[in-house]
Design a protein around this ligand. Structure first.
Ligand code: ADP
Length: 169
């Protein structure tokens, strides 16, 4: 089941929290910073060992102090007009995250709105891609949570999903 909520992803009790990471995997601002703060310094130590991650791919680590057992660090594209393969890279980043989540035998997974913050990907286009891939994997999970932080993303996701859902986990 796909569920849209407006919430802080670090507070969710799900098997896997997906992080909108950058290619260094060494932390940043936005949701990345929030996840690292909540998971504790062990997360950065685990990420260092991974040696980075190309755009459009993802890597998995334990969740440490998070309620989530795992964090999947997915690297979305920086928006630079749409002519540099951004849609394909964003799609591939969601798909890579789902593949890792299936390998980890997760039943529940939460995603932030990858690339729609500092990376400036237009929100509606990003939501369309995210929901398309979520629908593809819907049957493989008990719960897929689109965890929006801002009201604009939450409204877009709810409109595209065609349903209004609750505001909490
Ligand atoms: P990116 O560099 O991929 O754009 P950002 O972290 O800047 O990553 O933004 C991605 C999305 O994560 C934005 O929609 C932002 O509002 C959202 N976000 C920021 N903090 C949190 C949080 N604690 N929980 C969920 N989403 C968050």
């Amino acid at each position: 089941m796909i569920k849209v909520i407006q919430y802080d992803i670090t507070q969710l009790d799900v098997d896997i929290v997906v992080n909108a990471a950058n290619t260094s995997l060494l932390g940043g601002g936005g949701v990345d910073g929030a996840i690292h703060r909540a998971a504790g310094p062990e997360l950065l130590a685990a990420c260092r060992k991974l040696g980075g991650c190309p755009t459009g791919e993802a890597r998995i680590t334990p969740g440490f102090r998070l309620a989530a057992k795992w964090v999947i660090h997915a690297v979305g594209p920086v928006w630079s007009g749409g002519g540099r393969g951004e849609p394909q890279l964003l799609e591939s980043c969601y798909r890579s995250a789902f593949r890792l989540a299936k390998d980890a035998q997760a039943r529940s997974i939460a995603f932030p709105c990858i690339s729609t913050g500092v990376y400036r990907y237009p929100k509606e286009g990003a939501a369309h891609i995210a929901l398309k891939v979520m629908h593809e994997y819907d049957r493989d999970f008990r719960s897929i949570v689109a965890c929006c932080f801002d009201a604009e993303n939450a409204a877009i996701y709810r409109k595209l999903l065609g349903a209004t859902t609750g505001d909490d986990e």
